[in-house]
Design a protein around this ligand. Structure first.
Ligand code: ADE
Length: 226
């Protein structure tokens, strides 16, 4: 899968995607991430990309032409989805990550300043997505969040040890607690059942713990199941 990121701060994305699991997936040619610097597509000699908002108010607005020109430079079919990351978008979920993981290409637009001129959004954006109810200084971290959550679902990105079976949000439950050696840590023992080798009991205990945790921390997830 190939991600194109339209941004004013490509280094923020490039640093992130060159490390760890996504970095390995890039090296193995399973995932590719290309950053397009919106500033390279300005039509003025000062390379200015923002201006005052019509109607007044605080902050600056990203101008439509450089954003559109950056998008146009990719020469992509209208079928390729363009995600604008914004706090006023739909909240990103694991199900959305799964849906995006089925695409061959995805374009992500990162905003900055107070916003982006609505006209270019109307022209190119297919999905507006927020990573949560808080406001960040720009869309680069949200873009990395999307890339990470989507890329790890692509076959071959995670190895067997890193697999996503049984993890939180699969079957609408949070994950059960995990333990590894040593068997006793600061007086705390590993639950007996996990040492028993009795697979059915282990599975039953894990489901109970998952339900218990979901009820306590995210009761809304259990309501959503009804
Ligand atoms: N840009 C700034 N804050 C954001 C958020 N919470 N989600 C997506 N994009 C953003």
């Amino acid at each position: 899968m190939k991600f194109y990121v339209l941004t004013l701060f490509p280094k923020m994305i490039e640093g992130f995607v060159s490390e760890s699991i996504i970095g390995r997936a890039k090296e193995n040619n399973i995932v590719d991430v290309e950053c397009i610097n919106i500033r390279d597509f300005t039509e003025n000699k000062h390379k200015k990309v923002d201006d005052y908002p019509y109607g007044g108010g605080a902050g600056m607005v990203m101008q439509a032409p450089p954003v559109y020109n950056a998008y146009e430079s990719l020469q992509k079919d209208k079928k390729v989805r363009v995600v604008f990351v914004t706090p006023s978008g739909k909240t990103f979920t694991q199900n959305m990550a799964k849906e995006f993981a089925s695409q061959e290409e995805l374009i992500i637009l990162c905003g900055h300043y107070e916003g982006v001129d609505e006209r270019v959004l109307e022209e190119i954006v297919t999905d507006e997505i927020s990573i949560g109810d808080y406001v960040l200084t720009g869309g680069e971290i949200p873009a990395c969040v999307l890339i990470d959550a989507i890329a790890r679902l692509i076959p071959g990105v995670l190895n067997k040890e890193e697999s996503f079976e049984n993890e939180s949000f699969e079957n609408n439950l949070l994950e059960y607690p995990q333990y590894t050696r040593p068997p006793v840590f600061m007086g705390r023992e590993v639950p007996e059942v996990l040492l028993s080798g009795h697979h059915k009991n282990v599975a039953k205990w894990r489901l109970e713990k998952s339900l218990e945790k979901t009820k306590r921390v995210r009761p809304d997830m259990l309501d959503a199941k009804l």
